[in-house]
Design a protein. Structure first.
Length: 118
């Protein structure tokens, strides 16, 4: 019986290893593509990341916690998380003009507010 078991398990194990390897290669490729897109967008920006952070902090009146280029936008935009009074605000800043485009509470802050109400 163990011989039959081995005949079944070895090909199965080999298949699992091959699929895992293929997934890892695909994820590495996606990561490289994302990095390349972010570098391209970053090089197109007319303002620096620190200028975008300053604009976001001034608009919200808090301190930046995280900042990155928004690689999902159609134009160059920075996405900055600013903390004020224990709440996280997501701020979008135009990468060409430095103008704040949008301010919204992060989902985490909304969840915290909902939990406090209950």
């Amino acid at each position: 019986m163990s011989n039959k078991h081995n005949k079944f398990m070895m090909p199965l194990l080999a298949t699992v290893i091959m699929v895992s390897t293929a997934v890892n290669v695909a994820q590495a490729s996606d990561s490289k593509e994302k990095d390349a897109k972010e570098l391209q967008l970053f090089s197109q920006a007319k303002i620096s990341l620190s200028e975008a952070i300053k604009a976001a902090e001034q608009k919200v009146g808090g301190k930046a916690m995280e900042a990155e280029i928004d690689d999902e936008a159609s134009s160059v935009q920075f996405e900055i998380e600013v903390v004020k009074e224990g709440k996280v605000h997501n701020v979008l800043v135009d990468g060409n003009t430095g103008k704040v485009l949008k301010v919204s509470l992060s989902d985490e802050s909304n969840e915290d507010a909902e939990n406090e109400k209950q």
